[in-house]
Design a protein around this ligand. Sequence first.
Ligand SMILES: NC(=O)c1ccc[n+]([C@@H]2O[C@H](COP(=O)([O-])OP(=O)(O)OC[C@H]3O[C@@H](n4cnc5c(N)ncnc54)[C@H](OP(=O)(O)O)[C@@H]3O)[C@@H](O)[C@H]2O)c1
Ligand SMILES: *[C@@H]1O[C@H](CO)[C@@H](O)[C@H](O)[C@H]1NC(C)=O
Ligand SMILES: *[C@@H]1O[C@H](CO)[C@@H](O)[C@H](O)[C@H]1NC(C)=O
Ligand SMILES: *[C@@H]1O[C@H](CO)[C@@H](O)[C@H](O)[C@H]1NC(C)=O
Length: 322
Amino acid sequence: MSLFLYLASVVVCVYVLLFYGVLKGARCLSSVCLKGKTVIVTGSNTGIGKSTALEIAKRGARVILACRNKEKGETAAFDIRAESGNNQVLFMELDLASLKSVRRFAETFLNTEPRLDILINNAGVIGPGYTEDGFDLAFGVNHLGHFLLTNLLLERLRQCYPSRVITVSAHLHRFGNIDFHLLASQKEAVSNQSTWHNFQAYCNSKLCNVLFTRQLANQLEGTDVTCYALHPGVIYTELCRNMSQWLQLLMMPLAKLFFLDPKGGSQTTLYCALQEGIEPLSGSYFSNCSLYKVGAKGVNDGVAKKLWEVSERLTGIGQINQ
Ligand SMILES: NC(=O)c1ccc[n+]([C@@H]2O[C@H](COP(=O)([O-])OP(=O)(O)OC[C@H]3O[C@@H](n4cnc5c(N)ncnc54)[C@H](OP(=O)(O)O)[C@@H]3O)[C@@H](O)[C@H]2O)c1
Ligand SMILES: *[C@@H]1O[C@H](CO)[C@@H](O)[C@H](O)[C@H]1NC(C)=O
Ligand SMILES: *[C@@H]1O[C@H](CO)[C@@H](O)[C@H](O)[C@H]1NC(C)=O
Ligand SMILES: *[C@@H]1O[C@H](CO)[C@@H](O)[C@H](O)[C@H]1NC(C)=O
């Protein structure tokens, strides 16, 4: 019995040490005040996005919750206003799985909001499914929707310099690939919707996030708009809600023990959005509130440029800019 107690306490100690020493991660220490600034956070009705929006609201910014579901978005706005004491928090409808909705959001935003200081591309999904325009869900939402959104808002960001674009990627981008043959046929690999395919498509979309940030930084060089990609940590959220039931059951105990909460998950996003002096690192990848090595496929400028051009064609953005 005492041996059992001994073993149990060793296990608890190891867990506590592991959790607080290794897993817990760094905190964003910036105390920057955001009064008078406007920040958009996509996918901010739950998870990491909601926590990010709350922390930003606490710093006094006007915060736009860009979410697809009106009821969930309004509820989150209510919660955040109550908890932060900041009444400048509002919901605006954005469904990243519809390019039409992205255009409508941008139009409404540009017509009603004079400023944009920080754009946080946070929303993300793991399939199954397709977007309204027929793209693989992860590619369409995580990359293409945010690509269009950022481009439509770029002029406003330029006017409000210094400004930033933050895109939430993931370490899983290392397992990603970009198949330009498939993209040339208009769609990502859309026929196979197995669990494995959905996971692969998610990794691919997170690689797109890294390459998008890289190319955006190249194009913005010499301006006072900077951009950053990041890994938020391994966080217990609703991200895997559409994966198979048994996989979720299997993951539950692990998630409860080892995954961080959304507040922990918002720290690196906050760091990229607020930390002073990181401007020379525009285009880079961050994790645990510091610069982090990006995967081998995430450093290729040629691929980044090509992905940008393909994305312009797929969203029709080229025609708008000319
Ligand atoms: N959790 C992790 O361990 C982890 C690790 C690495 C990276 N990430 C990244 O962190 C980001 C946030 O994820 P999370 O973990 O907080 O997941 P989450 O709890 O599932 O939150 C995702 C958010 O994205 C929104 N969203 C999904 N599809 C959308 C669409 N078509 N249009 C607009 N919004 C949409 C969701 O809205 P609804 O509630 O309406 O669906 C939700 O607000 C994602 O980019 C994810 O890839 C997470
Ligand atoms: C994260 O950073 C903190 C402090 O900066 C450090 O103590 C911790 O070990 C780091 N965690 C990981 C997983 O790198
Ligand atoms: C999807 O891919 C899996 C694994 O590669 C394969 O076993 C399955 O037959 C494929 N399904 C379809 C519909 O192509
Ligand atoms: C994903 O899960 C949500 C909530 O559990 C559900 O409403 C939605 O229909 C699911 N989507 C797919 C494509 O399975």
